[in-house]
Every structure is written in structure tokens, then in C-alpha cells.
Design a protein around this ligand. Structure first.
Ligand code: ATP
Ligand code: MG
Length: 626
């Protein structure tokens, strides 16, 4: 066996599971986000795949294998070519020798919809559920943590086709059940949570989170089990507003008060009485840059995923299809947009108007291009180095978060460095932005909407699965229809369902290890048992070990034999490191017709009669996997 373990932690691995998989010889890094699955890892991946396959088959799924090389035309039909190659830029795109654009599949909605369009004609053929287990390619911005976020990884993706919403909901529920079974059988502690639908589109979606400290996602949930959501999507009740101490409108000097905390200390007020105005810059896929001002209650933060979703909805008003980027502009961005003089930290909700007025000699408002329901002003500065390129003219878009709408006598910026105003009101000193949205970040300790007595708890999770109700988004875009019982042509309802097979395997390690190494759940361990010969020069030890090794494998207990010419201590260390659930040692006890059997997880050691090893292990395995 090609068996190489490392004593020390590899330098480039940050989280325990990544370090352990490298050290124990499961994976090798070949390039950024690209790994070789070595024989031990491949066995784990096949076990996970097998569990996934069984549960998908049990839910009526049909396994297939779709091409990884996908023609750009399909992605142009669905409207996702630009999003995936430019906006998110996550798709590897290439040109073939005929100069035709192609992509390496990051996901397969387009391919499967094209197939459904050709093959599904009638309601009699529905519902359908197809799935595949395959390598996906994604040019992730930050590939990291080994298999957790690779640029090439294994996914099970499934797609359902249904006649209507109701049937789709049924398929979605079936997948929910299948996913719970997959994770339970893989021996993982997990939670299903409400999720953001992101660029895939559609309505309902849930993520399956494996709970672990190193998880990239934050989950907010309530103890009563009634609510759990990814923080990107979570909603809650904000804390109550404290009554304002200010009764009349006034401009106040507030030196050194760029932050809410300092401001509140200085003015002796609560952050709930402040309207904070946060500046963002968004770039649409047609190149238009828009400055976005979000007015939100001072004690709250902006959820950038919710903000991006709101901005995506507005894209058509800017002649665009989607948002490429939302970010807080840095000094350089502000300079590029010729708004470097903004009084950062003292911005008022009507900044757009003031800036234009103040700089009116150098700006030209291009009013005719304003989508007027959403912008306050549009201007094109003469100082703008890109002034000939109209598409970079900054525009201000003012949004107000719902938390700031009902505030009375509030504090906010005065549009002048070192000054704020107090006792302000919407409709008096400031016009309330027309677009009131929920872009607020729910957080730990907030009251739950379904029951204000429940407060949100927080946990970290690794997203290993995601199920979506896509609805008719793709079937409309690509013309995938069927004929219903009444003879009418209707769009297919679709769902899509993904499991990160390689991510799940590593998540299992992240959830289960100790200072000596990996502790695999029995169901997905590469081998169930390892027979270790302490001294290979002792022929009796070798003989018994080889016999047990053969018997165990024959009985379906997948077993390794460590007959290397190494010290016993080295072999025990390696067995612990690679995390095989049961270690059988043909040591001193053989004098009494017994062997030592150690359970990796509990470290409990038992002396078991040689003749009973097979039956005992089979029993333990069954218990562990039930
Ligand atoms: P993430 O938010 O982590 O990037 P995603 O929302 O892009 O995930 P989906 O498109 O829903 O993921 O893909 C389905 C599943 O594939 C995910 O739940 C995850 O388990 C897995 N997955 C996605 N991206 C990667 C990756 N880069 N490396 C490994 N697994 C991944
Ligand atoms: Mg992703």
C-alpha cells in the first residue's frame, strides 16, 4: 500500500480536518483548490457516494451522468453565462479549436433542462427525478480548507421535474427526508436551515449544515426547534427603540464621532435613536457603477447578502441583468468616482442631493437617464477621469432599512465633518427614501419572529447540502414545457438538490477527531478494522494476524493489515492518525488465545478470544451504524 503519514502539520493547512487529511495521507495538494484523492480517501468518498446513491434511489431517483464540458449557448439561453463568467466569475470558461465558447460544469441546471425540453412531452411522464455523482469545477475566489472549498470537487446533484408547485413541494420534501437520512447514516450531527437562494434563483431553499466550529457559515436558531436559518437569510425582531431624549431639531458639533459608539457616548443617547447611513458601491453587469446609501438604525448592521438581493431586483432599472459586486468603497474608489470629499462618518440620509448642490459648478446632472423611482440624483463630474465613459458615472441610490423608518426625533449625520443633527424626523428635515427594505443582519440574542420569547442562538456550520425549489425560472428561459391533462402547454416546475460529497467527507473529520488523529464514523471509514502486528519477527503473531485479516475481510469487515517492519509504537500512532474504528493487536494476549481490540473512538481496550473476533466486530459495527 502507498501509505505515507507525516509527523508534522503541513504549513498551509489551517483547520484540523485539512491538517489531518494531509498528515494521514488521504489527500495531496496538486494546485490551488485541486487535490488528489489517495486510496484511503477514495474509499471514504465511495462510501459516502454509496449512501447518497441508496437514499436517492429510495426516493425514486434515476442515476445518470451528464457532460462536464458544456456549450456556452445553453448558459446564454438561461441567461446565466454573464453571471457565471463575469459577475461571480465562478465558471471556468474556455474556447475550443473552432473558437466555440465552452464551460466546465459548475452545476447542471442548463444541461438537464435542455434534456427535459427534448424528452418530456406529457404530464404522463411526470414527475421525474434524475441525479448524478460527479466532479464539478468552480473557480472559487478563495479556495481553502482542503476539500471544503475546492476548485474541483465531487457533488451529487439531482433535479426534479414536476407538473406544478404542489408536486414540486412533494419532491422537495422527499429530498429533505433523503438528505436527513444521508447525514444521519454518515454519522454526522447536522441541522437543516432556511437559506438564501443566491444566483441559482428560485424560491424556497434549505441548507444542511454539519455543525462544527470551523464552519464558514453562521446558523441562527431557536431552542424550541421552530426556527433555524443561515445568517445570510435570517430574520428577527430588532431590540425595542429607546425613547429619544431630543425634542427639537438642532445641528450639534460632534468632534471625533465617526463611529456610532463614540457618537452615542458624546450625545448621551442610545444607538437605537440614530439613523446610520452606510455607503456602498455596486457594479452592475453592464458596467454601471452606483453609489448606494443605506439608512439603518444605529444599533443594526447591514446584511450584504440581503442588500445584494435587493440591488439585483433593481438591476433592470439600470439597464442591467445582475449585480457584479457590492462593497464598501475605499478611498481609491471614491476618488475614481470623484466623490472623495464625502464627509465619511457624518453622512446624512440626503447626501446625494447635498453633494450635487455643493458641487453644482462641476457636475452635470443627467436627469433624463434617472430611473426616478430609485435614484435621487445622477451626476457626471468633469473631474471624473472616465467622464467620456458614461457607464462609470456614479449615481446615488438611497435605501432605508425598515428599522429606520419609524424612528422619531432621531440623530443622524449633518453632511459636514464634525457635525450631526439631533431631533430629526422623516418628512420634515429628511425625505424618507422611497425604497424601504429589509437589509438588516439578524444576530445572536435577537427575539424570534414566531415567538418573541425565544431568542436567537448561534452555531457554526459547514454547508454540505442545499435543496432548492427553482419553480419555472429555467423552464421559461429555455422553453421546457409539457402538455397537461387539458391539452394545454405548461412550463415544467423544477427543483435542484446538491450534496457536496467531498466536502461532506472532510466535514466528518472536522466533527470527529482528537489530538491523535481522525475518528471516522464507522459508516464512512475507509476500513472498519486494522490488524497490527507488534513484532513482525514473531511468526505466531504474524500467522494469527494474517488469518484474522483474511477471515475479517471474508466476513465483510473491511480490514487493513499493518505488517510493516516498524516499531509497534509507530504503527499504533499511524492507526490512530488514520482513524480506523477498530484496531486488533496480535500481541502478548495471544499466549492465552486472545487478541487486544481497541475502539478508536472510546480508546477502550478489550481482550477477545481469537475465534470470537469476527462476530464481535460485526456486532459492534452494526450497533455503530444503526
Ligand atoms: P458555498 O456557499 O459553500 O459556496 P454553494 O451555495 O455555492 O456553496 P451549491 O451550489 O448549492 O453550493 O452546491 C451544492 C453543494 O456542493 C454545497 O452544499 C456544498 O456542499 C458543495 N460545494 C459547493 N461549492 C463547493 C466547493 N467549492 N468545494 C467543495 N464543495 C462545494
Ligand atoms: Mg459557492
Amino acid at each position: 500500500m502507498l501509505f505515507v503519514t507525516l509527523r508534522d502539520d503541513p504549513a498551509d493547512a489551517e483547520i484540523p480536518s485539512h491538517k489531518l487529511l494531509l498528515r494521514a495521507g488521504y489527500i495531496r495538494r496538486i494546485g490551488s483548490g485541486v487535490y488528489a484523492y489517495l486510496p484511503l480517501m477514495w474509499r471514504v468518498l465511495q462510501k459516502v457516494s454509496q449512501i447518497v446513491r441508496q437514499e436517492m434511489n429510495a426516493a425514486g431517483g434515476q442515476e445518470c451522468l451528464l457532460p462536464q464540458l458544456q456549450p456556452a449557448d445553453l448558459w446564454k439561453e438561461s441567461g446565466r453565462w454573464d453571471t457565471y463568467t463575469k459577475a461571480e466569475g465562478i465558471m471556468f470558461a474556455l474556447k475550443d479549436r473552432r473558437d466555440q465558447e465552452q464551460a466546465l460544469g459548475p452545476t447542471h441546471e442548463e444541461v438537464i433542462t435542455a434534456i427535459a425540453r427534448d424528452m418530456i412531452r406529457s404530464y404522463r411522464q411526470l414527475p421525474q427525478l434524475l441525479y448524478q455523482i460527479q466532479t464539478k469545477f468552480r473557480d472559487e475566489i478563495r479556495p481553502r480548507f482542503g476539500l471544503m472549498r475546492g476548485r474541483e470537487f465531487i457533488m451529487k446533484d439531482a433535479y426534479s421535474f414536476n407538473i406544478d408547485e404542489e408536486s414540486l413541494e412533494k419532491s422537495y420534501q422527499d429530498m429533505h427526508t433523503a438528505y436527513c437520512n444521508i447525514l444521519r447514516r454518515s454519522g454526522l450531527a447536522f441541522r437543516a436551515v432556511q437559506a438564501d437562494s443566491g444566483a441559482i434563483g428560485g424560491s424556497a431553499s434549505q441548507e444542511f449544515m454539519v455543525l462544527a466550529e470551523a464552519g464558514e457559515d453562521e446558523v441562527l436558531y431557536t431552542e424550541d426547534g421552530q426556527y433555524a436559518a443561515n445568517v445570510e437569510k435570517a430574520v428577527s425582531l430588532p431590540p425595542e427603540v429607546e425613547p429619544s431624549p431630543f425634542t427639537s431639531y438642532e445641528k450639534r458639533e460632534t468632534p471625533e464621532s465617526q463611529t456610532i459608539e463614540k457618537l452615542c457616548q458624546f450625545l448621551k443617547c442610545s444607538p437605537t435613536q440614530v439613523v446610520k447611513n452606510v455607503l456602498y458601491q455596486t457594479i452592475f453587469d453592464n458596467g454601471t457603477t452606483v453609489l448606494v446609501l443605506v439608512s439603518i438604525r444605529g444599533d443594526q448592521e447591514v446584511n450584504e447578502v440581503k442588500l445584494q438581493n435587493e440591488l439585483t431586483k433593481l438591476a433592470p432599472k439600470y439597464g442591467a441583468k445582475t449585480v457584479i459586486k457590492v462593497a464598501v468603497p475605499d478611498a481609491e474608489d471614491l476618488k475614481k468616482l470623484a466623490v472623495e470629499s464625502l464627509p465619511l462618518g457624518y453622512i446624512a440620509p440626503d447626501i446625494a442631493i447635498s453633494i450635487r448642490d455643493r458641487d453644482s459648478d462641476t457636475t452635470t446632472a443627467t436627469i433624463d437617464t434617472i430611473p426616478d423611482s430609485v435614484t435621487r440624483s445622477v451626476f457626471d463630474s468633469n473631474e471624473n477621469p472616465h467622464k467620456s465613459a458614461k457607464d462609470v458615472a456614479p449615481r446615488f441610490l438611497c435605501l432605508v432599512d425598515k428599522t429606520a423608518v419609524d424612528l422619531k426625533n432621531f440623530v443622524t449625520g449633518a453632511n459636514e465633518s464634525g457635525y450631526h443633527v439631533v431631533g430629526a424626523n422623516w418628512g420634515e428635515q429628511f425625505q424618507l427614501p422611497e425604497l424601504a427594505v429589509d437589509v438588516r443582519k439578524a444576530k445572536l440574542g435577537d427575539r424570534a419572529i414566531h415567538n418573541p420569547e425565544q431568542t436567537l442562538q448561534s452555531a457554526r456550520g459547514i454547508e454540505v447540502g442545499h435543496i432548492f425549489q427553482l419553480g419555472i425560472k429555467y423552464s421559461i428561459a429555455m422553453g421546457a414545457t409539457y402538455t397537461n391533462e387539458q391539452g394545454e402547454e405548461k412550463p415544467l416546475f423544477m427543483g435542484c438538490y446538491g450534496v457536496g460529497v467531498s466536502r461532506l467527507a472532510q466535514a466528518a473529520v472536522e466533527q470527529s477527531y482528537d489530538q491523535d488523529g481522525i475518528i471516522w464514523p464507522v459508516a464512512i471509514a475507509p476500513y472498519h478494522a486494522i490488524v497490527t502486528i507488534p513484532n513482525i519477527n514473531d511468526t505466531q503473531q504474524v500467522e494469527i494476524a494474517e488469518k484474522l485479516y483474511a477471515q475479517l475481510n471474508q466476513a465483510g469487515v473491511e480490514t487493513l493489515l499493518d505488517d510493516r517492519n516498524e516499531r509497534a509504537g509507530v504503527k499504533f500512532k499511524d492507526a490512530d492518525l488514520i482513524g480506523i474504528p477498530y484496531r486488533i493487536v496480535t500481541g502478548r494476549a495471544i499466549a492465552n488465545g486472545k487478541v487486544e481490540v481497541v475502539e478508536r473512538k472510546s480508546r477502550k481496550s478489550h481482550e477477545i478470544a481469537i475465534a470470537e473476533v469476527v462476530s464481535t466486530l460485526k456486532q459492534w459495527m452494526n450497533e455503530a451504524m444503526s
